[in-house]
Write a protein that binds this ligand. Structure first.
Ligand code: FAD
Length: 369
């Protein structure tokens, strides 16, 4: 997500740029290489956020969605709206409102009854955003960015990078598992949860966590009325922190409502850990039990519907922002979506490209040494 946007902006700036990425595997279980955090049909987008910086990055990106869709011919954005909610006096909802006031983000207080099909419970504090919010399709956004990058002359190679080596004074050589090698001037590492191997010894403080999301088959009726939801301190449910996407059309032709949470710790340290996580290893019974109970309480009409699980990884940084920085004079990085970079990836990619134009590093990397 970040790399494809950065490549577009670099190519637009007249830079001769080549991008490497692994293709999404048809079967996760048969793939023994790197994966990605955008292999899904839905990601929440919103500019309502307790954090000013993330709200700004999201706003800068959302403001360009329509143009991006028009230029690329790819539709990826559904302005379905967004809601944060919590118990009366919720600190999370208050922080979101404070930031919205500060940034003049348009939102409104809503009542539980305003959203048919969702049981918020009578005593719930709700803040709704009707404009600049809803759902993006991350796969389609990446496709749109790549179309625009290639139109600007960028080259895309679907090869897995196995080695990056800097040569004093003369550039960087890149080798791929396909046995090809390339000599380039400089390199931007935007490899998400699989960035560490490429970081050639720079011991960045990254926390890569395994996540499982719960998909519930849902029909069109629910889809039409439902916004995306986030709670951080909900009461009376199996989870207090979670997010829900309204039903989204998946490649199997069905619509699924999705719920996810960060309440369960699944640290993944090595590339092998991460790969086996995508294969479905690791115990997620507790996660699934709590996700299912929460979504069935919130949207009772979906009880007994068919369900599925999807695996993914989130890359947290020590700062809570993506690391946008130089590791050395030829290697820059744009790593660490912290579970919320999909909606803001166009802006994060733009900021990463600006590093190559000499811009100040806005979000310095934190290393362990
Ligand atoms: C379950 C889940 C739910 C989420 N929900 C939301 C949400 O609602 N809203 C939101 O804004 N964000 C959300 N996110 C976060 C968002 O998806 C990520 O922040 C975003 O995908 C990170 O983008 P990225 O470019 O850093 O990494 P990725 O999108 O993972 O891209 C990294 C790319 O690098 C490639 N790569 C890695 N290593 C190599 C190599 N050695 N050689 C070649 N290519 C390589 C990979 O194939 C991949 O294509 C969610 C994430 C998860 C896991």
């Amino acid at each position: 997500m970040i790399g494809s946007a950065a490549m577009k902006y670099l190519a637009r700036a007249g830079v001769d740029v080549m991008g490497f990425s692994s293709r999404e595997p048809a079967s996760f279980a048969d793939h023994n290489g790197v994966f990605a955090s955008h292999y899904d049909a839905g990601r929440i987008t919103r500019t309502l956020d307790p954090n000013r910086e993330w709200a700004r990055m999201a706003q800068a990106s959302v403001d360009r969605y329509v143009e991006l869709e028009r230029e690329s011919g790819i539709d990826f954005y559904d302005p379905a709206g967004f809601v944060v909610f919590g118990p009366p006096g919720s600190k999370y909802v208050d922080r979101v409102r404070d930031t919205a006031n500060e940034l003049a983000t348009v939102s409104r207080s809503a009542r539980p009854g305003d959203f048919s099909g969702i049981d918020f419970g009578s005593n719930t504090d709700i803040e709704a955003q009707d404009k600049d919010a809803g759902v993006i399709n991350p796969r389609e956004l990446v496709r749109a960015q790549l179309i625009l990058a290639e139109r600007e002359g960028a080259k895309v190679r679907y090869e897995e990078v196995s080695r990056i080596e800097q040569h004093a004074g003369s550039g960087v050589s890149i080798e791929t598992i396909e046995g090809n090698s390339f000599d380039v001037q400089r390199v931007l590492i935007a490899a998400g949860g699989f960035s560490e191997p490429a970081l050639t010894g720079a011991r960045l403080r990254l926390d890569v966590q395994g996540r499982v999301v719960f998909l519930v088959e849902a029909d069109e009726d629910i889809a039409s009325a439902m916004p995306a939801l986030i709670a951080d301190d909900a009461a009376g449910l199996a989870l207090s922190e979670f997010y829900v996407l309204p039903p989204v059309l998946y490649p199997d032709g069905k619509r699924y409502l999705k719920i996810g949470t960060a309440e369960y710790d699944h640290p993944l340290r090595s590339p092998a850990d991460k790969i086996s996580w995508f294969w479905g290893e690791g115990d997620v019974r507790e996660d699934i039990r709590a996700l299912q109970q929460t979504i069935e309480a919130l949207v009772p009409s979906i009880r007994n519907s068919a369900t599925q699980q999807l695996r993914c990884v989130i890359t947290y940084t020590a700062t809570g922002y993506p690391y946008l920085d130089w590791l050395n004079d030829r290697t820059a990085l744009a790593v660490g979506g912290c579970g919320q970079a999909a909606k803001s990836s166009d802006e994060i990619g733009r900021l990463a490209a600006r590093l190559f134009a000499g811009d100040e590093r806005r979000y310095p990397a934190i290393t362990t040494n």
